[in-house]
Design a protein around this ligand. Sequence first.
Ligand code: AMP
Length: 303
Amino acid sequence: MSVLVVGSVALDSIETPHGQAMDVVGGSATHFSMAAAFFGGVRLVGVVGQDFPERHVRLLSERGVDLGGLVRQDGRSFRWHGRYSADMNSRETISVELNVFEDFQPQVPADWRDSRYVFLANGSPVTQASVLDQMEAPEFVLLDSMNLWIETQRSALLELLPRVDAVLLNDEEARLLTEEDNLVRAGREVLSLGPRLVILKKGEHGALVFGRDHELGVPVPAFPQEEVRDPTGAGDSFAGGLLASMARRGSVDLDAIKQGVVYGTILASFNVEDFGVNRVSRLSMDEIEDRRRRFLQAVHVAL
Ligand code: AMP
């Protein structure tokens, strides 16, 4: 079953204590799609400029990502430049050029409007709502957001939350949205804003998953990773593993969500091993399953 993603397709410049990579392929829809493609069909809606190298388009389509919704417009592609702190737990945005992404009005192709699993990747909540308006009857909608939108389009975001099934935020974003320092209270507060599932990401410390029956938050550790070279896109890879594994299973029940959170954790752990999409583009399903087994054993032992 195909998953639909709408979001940024970018040229990223990234600086970490391990080096730098300039103008590499990135964007939330890209990182999501590269991870999700391991589990089944992915339909990507996005926009790039004339400067976007054809080899990046080929990389995605060779992975089986359907690019029937990717438009190329006059102008430059979305560009993001970020720099990570020494421990890589925080990053500063050096520059963002929205370029063709600024006036992007996503059009979901008519024959994709029946998609049942939808990822509204990081973007303006007004644009995200316009995507939902085009969908017929999605079964599970996952939403990502960030500081920029929480600060500048808070009311549009609050209107959107009751229309989605799940929300993915990092700890800092959850605190900003709820004005609540304690993460358990913040998670519960986001839950009360409408979605039935809230996933709070805590970087190398894993995630807290809140649902109606889990108002305390279920802690899910991150895979203990020694090789962290570039965390960019970890959240989107997590979303890709989560949503696409649920779509493959054809279920949105608690077991599918739990399995999805584990796949999300594993895909994110591979993503951070190298810059941009380098690691995920040479990843195999055997490696994913092997790491998943080791992760489940470690979690089990820890209990
Ligand atoms: P993550 O590390 O999961 O938060 O995702 C990083 C990706 O988000 C990068 O590849 C960026 O190109 C992309 N990105 C950064 N800022 C924005 C933004 N304002 N809107 C959409 N995508 C963004």
